[in-house]
Every structure is written in structure tokens, then in C-alpha cells.
Design a protein around this ligand. Sequence first.
Ligand code: FAD
Length: 627
Amino acid sequence: MPSSAVHRHDVIVIGGGHAGVEAALAAARLGADTLLLSMSCDTVGVMSCNPAIGGVGKGQIVREIDALGGLMGRAIDATGIQFRMLNQSKGPAMHSPRAQADKQDYRRFVKFAVEDAAGVSVRQETVVGLVMSEEEGGRRNEVDGDATPSPSPLPHHRIAGVRVADGTVFHAPAVVLTTGTFMSAVMHTGEAQAKGGRAGEGTTSGLSGALRELGFELSRFKTGTPCRVHGGSVDWAACEPQPGDADPRPFSYLTHRIAQPQVDCYLTETTPAVHDLIRANLHRAPMYSGQIHGTGPRYCPSIEDKVVRFADKSSHQVFLEPEGRDTREVYCNGISTSLPRDVQEELVRGIRGLERARITRLGYAVEYDFAPPTQLKNTLETHRVRGLYFAGQINGTTGYEEAAGQGLLAGANAALAVAGKPPLAIGRDEGYLGVLIDDLVTKGADEPYRMFTSRAEHRLTLRQDNADRRLTPLAAAIGLVGPERTEQLARHEAEIARCEAFLEAHRIEGKTLAERLRRPEVTLESFAELPEWRAERFDPRAAEQAAIGAKYAGYIARQAVEVRKAQRWGAVRIPDGFDFAAVEHLRHEAREKLGSVRPADVGQAGRISGITPADLSVLVVALERAG
Ligand code: FAD
């Protein structure tokens, strides 16, 4: 029976995964009365696959989420069981934090944080339809998956709320959809198929139909997960231990130190016999038998993909990662698979150290609907329906961090729009989150999108160590972070300035310490024995900032010039609803591409593949004429 009570909120978030959680918390931090609806309260904050946060390109995103007041960094600091800074032998632009999580602790931490947050209500509900307002659509619309798709989609709807399984409607002027891998999801283990977005859970089919009826384009991706084995059945002595860092560094700018003891992970590898077994059974792998049509993540391939694509390799690494402190389950990182049960059993036993391993959970692949993200503005609001935002895996991304970052921005923008305030936009030169959103809305995703440092053109300035300096002021200006973070950043900046002044003032053999730092072999450790340096007792994080600033001053200045140049073009805004089809002298292909992506400014227009400098000149003239 639908509830007759009227449920009204400012922002409704659908889905309690990594995107949904950050969306709800961000909206509430901005003062919105926020409702989080998820299929199960028990799965809020669940890590669907790998029990780890961060990694190359992804660790930077977690630092940015934290700098914007998000939860992910604090959650992993509290529940991590092994912390590593990757790429330490490379320059600071490449340093990337990663941590192994206690999976259940992580989920509990996140669930409690959402339940405890002022301004957020959590309810266990499955959303089956979207409710449109009468104002702009011309008629009141309750769009659900059972409805017959309309042949000519209505443009410019405005969202008014959502409808859940028993028919009850929850009203809000802004809705953030973060359904992850759950829309029309099918799981595959060999020939066996089951409906569901994650083992043991259901699927959500109504929403795909509802979105199609509104005229959204949907497409299909797939992802997969490896089997888990019982730790008591692993021959650990045959594997190579992978310890964490001796000085584990936190993700959150609010965490002082990681106090909990760390556990080891272990490394082993596949063998030629395992590869032979996989080749002999490829016809039973859903990806190769034609059973799966969706595209999988190129950078996180299944073991059957790896064996086919890298046919000359006789082994592939397998990291054995504990799923937590109070479980014996071990995640076999590197052998994600959807091969049938009997092949998985044999495959695992062909790996050194796993000869007697007992599988606790089989690997599987999941195929799901996503909405190509060129249908979004850079606020993550859809072009098609005002007030409706998409964030996370629904936008064709893969990974917890990418999902969480989008969630935070979508939730913040939903709350800002409801309050009638300007949106929060992060530039490509300001953060990986800016790169992520711009890539998605400009170029779309023809394979599951994951972040890499190489996607950022300004990566020397977008480092994991300075995310707070880049982004916390932006967040503070709109009230997305509280005084704790702004005061901490002010203290940090003051300490950096004190250290910079010291480096400029002190000389050794005629050269200032800042000048000496420009030499590749000189590091802060080179000054460790200087009595004057020791006497100052600089905070190590501030000293690191001052030293990076001195060492890379030339490069950073050059990058700033490039950024300013790019901004001159980019700054020319394109009004909402601008009619690209009416621009005289614009090539047909350019009209089509601009009309489908609908860039917010000329900078974004220039990044659309196939748009030439000549197209941009024509566009700028047309924009000037339009006034
Ligand atoms: P999710 O974490 O999936 O959360 C979606 C939430 O929405 C869930 O809480 C669900 O209950 C809720 N929901 C869905 N529909 C409704 C509805 N109608 N009403 C109410 N609530 C609803 N990422 C990688 O980077 N590497 C990998 O190797 C990898 N492998 C994966 C393997 C598997 C089997 C799966 C399932 C995922 C894998 N991922 C992997 C992806 C990773 O899990 C996601 O990127 C991440 O969880 C996305 O976060 P999200 O918030 O967008 O969605």
C-alpha cells in the first residue's frame, strides 16, 4: 500500500554506494534536507569488489574528495589494514596513496557516518520510477519501467520526485541517481546467469525503462570480480610478502596518524598450465561465447582477457589481499573471471601457493546499463531533465573513487541549485575531479572510464600532497567544509610560508637553500643535519610543500602560463539552450557533435573529438553576434 503521508525533501539520492553516500553528505553539508533511498540499509558503503581504496590517479581523487569535506579519506584512514604510497621512486606528481581496507569495517564506518550526519535521512526503498513536474513537461508524468516507451521523447522535463516499489512517492526538486551496476544487471559465471547487480542482491529494471521513456540513451558495460579463497588453505610460505609502508600516511587532511597495526599482502603468479586451461575453456567464458555483449574495463581485464590479449606472457601477477582482520577470506587480485565453476576451481589450484586453496566465493561478471555521460552538463545535471543528476558507475566509470568524486559534486550541485546558488565547477587545472567530469561530459565513455595521472595535462600541479591547497578554499567559499578544515589549512599555509622564507634566506656557500633544492640530487634530507634547519622544527608536510615548490618552480610557472592561455579561450561561455544547428558556416559534423554534447564554454567545445580550431572560430563569431 502506498503511504498517504506527503514526503518532501530538498534532495533525494538514489543508491547508497560510494557515489550516493558522498552525494547525500555533500548535499546535507550545504544545508539541504536530504533523503538517501537505497535497496538495502545493510549494503550502504559496501565495497563491491576489491577491498582497497586509492591507487595511481585514484589516490589523488580520494585526497580531493577529502579536501572538499568528503568521507572516503576518513573512512579508509579509520579502517585501513595496509597503507602504501605507490610510485615513490618517481616525482611527486606520480606519488599515489593506496590502502587495503577491512571491508566490513569500512562498510560499517560509512553506514554509521551517513546515519549520523545532520540533514540526511536513510531509508530502505527500491526506486522504480521518476516523477516529473507539470510545469515544463506540459503534463504530469510518472515515468516507470512498465510504461510503454514514448516514440518522441519530451524535452525539458523537470524532476519532482521518485516512486518506490509500493507506489509511495517521495518529492524533491532535485534527484541524484547513483544506481551503480544495478540497472538491468545480469551476473555471469560460465553458462550460469542470474539477475542482480552484485552477488546475493537484486537488480533494478524499472529505472532503465523510465530513463528510456524520458529519451535517455542507455548502453551496456560489464565488469568482473575474482574468486575469494580461505586464508587457512593458502600456502603463504610459497608466496612473496608485500608489507605496507613503515610510515603509513593518511588519506585525510584531518587524520594525524595511522595508529593501527598493518597486515601483509602476498604476491604469487599464474603459470603456463593455468593459461592452457583458460585457453581450452574460452568457449565457456561468457565474454567469448557471445553471452556478454557489454564492453569491459580495458585496464582491469579478466584473467581470460589477459591470456588472450597478452598471449606471449607466461605468467600474470596475483596479489593475495586479506579482506579484513576478522575474516579468513582472501581476495585474489589479478584473476577476475567469469569462467564456469569447475574451471575456476582448477585454475586457482594451478597457482603457486594456492594448490590446496578452498574457494569461498566464485568470481563472476556483471553486465549492466549505463547512461553515456555526454548527456550531462558539467554539474552532472542531465541536459534532458532539470533537477535530475547522474553520478557514479551509471555514468560509465569504474572504481569507488571515481564514483565517490562524482557523487560529491552531483550532491553539492543539486543542493546549490535547490538553494538558487551558482554551481560548483572544478577546472581541469584545479583537480583530477575536474579532469574526470570534463572527460566524461565532453568525450563520453566507450569503455569503462578509470582515472590515470596521464589524463591530466597539469599533473605537476594536481598532486596528492596539495589537494587541500587547491580545493579546500573553493569548498569553504560555498560552505561545503566547516571551520575545522579552513582553520587547519590557514595554519598549514602559514607554516609553508615560514619554511619558504627560511629556504630563501639561508645560504650555503653563497647559494640559498631554495636554489640548492633545484639540483636533482638535493632533497630536504640534505639539510637534516643543519643546526639552523633543525632548530626551526618545521612541520614535515609544510616543509614538503615548500621543497616541492622550490624544486619545481620553473615547471610550475610554465604550467601556470599554459593554464592562463587555455583559460582565455575557455572563458567564452555558451548560453544554455544555444542553437548550434543555426550557426552559419559551421560544418555539419561540428553542428551535430556540439548539439549532442552541448558544451558549457568554448574551452570544452575545443576538447570534443573532431572539433577543429576552425569550427571554434566560427562558433566564437556566432556567440559574439548572439551577444
Ligand atoms: P554501487 O557501489 O554499485 O552502489 C549502487 C547503490 O545503488 C547500491 O547501494 C544499490 O543498492 C543502490 N541501488 C541500485 N538501484 C537502486 C534502486 N532502484 N533503488 C534504490 N537503490 C538502488 N571497480 C573497479 O574499479 N575495479 C574492479 O575490478 C571492479 N570490479 C567490480 C566487480 C563487480 C562484480 C562489481 C559489482 C563492481 C565492480 N567494480 C569494480 C565497480 C565498483 O564496485 C563501482 O565502481 C563502485 O562501487 C561504483 O559506485 P556507485 O556508487 O556508482 O555504485
